[in-house]
Design a protein around this ligand. Structure first.
Ligand code: SF4
Length: 221
């Protein structure tokens, strides 16, 4: 079955503390205007599972993890057996997800297939539709509370484009996470200018007030 749009054979940046490959799943159920991966979101898969698993078999002992990214990996209909096959080769799995499929996350957690989850907290509820072209903040919280209850390592993160959100909204999101019992770092990735985006965003002319944010979030540049 065609599973992946693309495959990054090696990264030291995307899976905490271990060398990993990145599997890029085609398609997404959101349309974030700042999305860096329009080709993947709008594209179709052309790497099949067998090819991806053969790649991993050859890298046993060299890589330790696989990042399931995209696009949105939880949309892939054969994800559960695919994850089982990857784990059977001895790899750790990290899921990067927009949190809109808590049902799928639950199934993966129930089978202890995930070793790390990066959960996108896109925006306050009132802004989701404008920024992400849809989505539902309730699903984010459902996914979040599920992860809080499991013994899985996870992080919450957001992309901050200064034309789409302001510092007060980021601080409000941080405070809401704390109110919901979140004690880990809230990672904020600053939008990288001069890249193609799904919404064809121009470069932001606004300056980010780092000092205002530093007590609330962990910045990733
Ligand atoms: S940034 Fe948004 S549109 Fe792009 S892959 Fe992530 S959830 Fe999908």
């Amino acid at each position: 079955m065609k599973a992946l749009y693309d495959l990054t054979p090696f990264t030291l940046l995307d899976f905490p503390d271990i060398p990993a490959a990145i599997f890029w799943f085609a398609g997404c159920n959101l349309r974030c205007s700042y999305c860096y991966n329009p080709d993947i979101v709008l594209g179709t898969a052309h790497i099949d599972e067998e090819t991806a698993l053969a790649f991993l078999t050859k890298r046993i002992g060299l890589l330790e993890g696989v990042v399931l990214s995209g696009g949105e990996a939880t949309l892939y209909p054969n994800l559960l057996p695919f994850c089982r096959s990857i784990k059977a080769l001895g790899y750790k799995l990290k899921l990067d997800t927009n949190a809109m499929r808590p049902d799928v996350i639950q199934i993966l957690l129930n089978e202890s297939l995930l070793d790390y989850v990066a959960l996108d907290y896109k925006a306050p509820a009132s802004e989701m539709s404008r920024i992400c072209g849809g989505g539902n903040e309730h699903r984010f919280w459902e996914s979040f509370h599920m992860l809080q209850m499991h013994a899985v390592n996870f992080e919450v993160r957001t992309t901050f484009h200064r034309d789409l959100l302001n510092e007060s909204q980021i601080i409000s999101m941080s405070n809401t996470l704390v109110q919901e019992g979140y004690t880990r770092p809230f990672y904020v990735q600053l939008f990288r200018d001069s890249v193609q985006t799904l919404g064809n965003l121009p470069s932001s002319k606004h300056i980010v007030n780092y000092r205002l944010l530093e007590h609330y979030v962990t910045l990733r540049t």
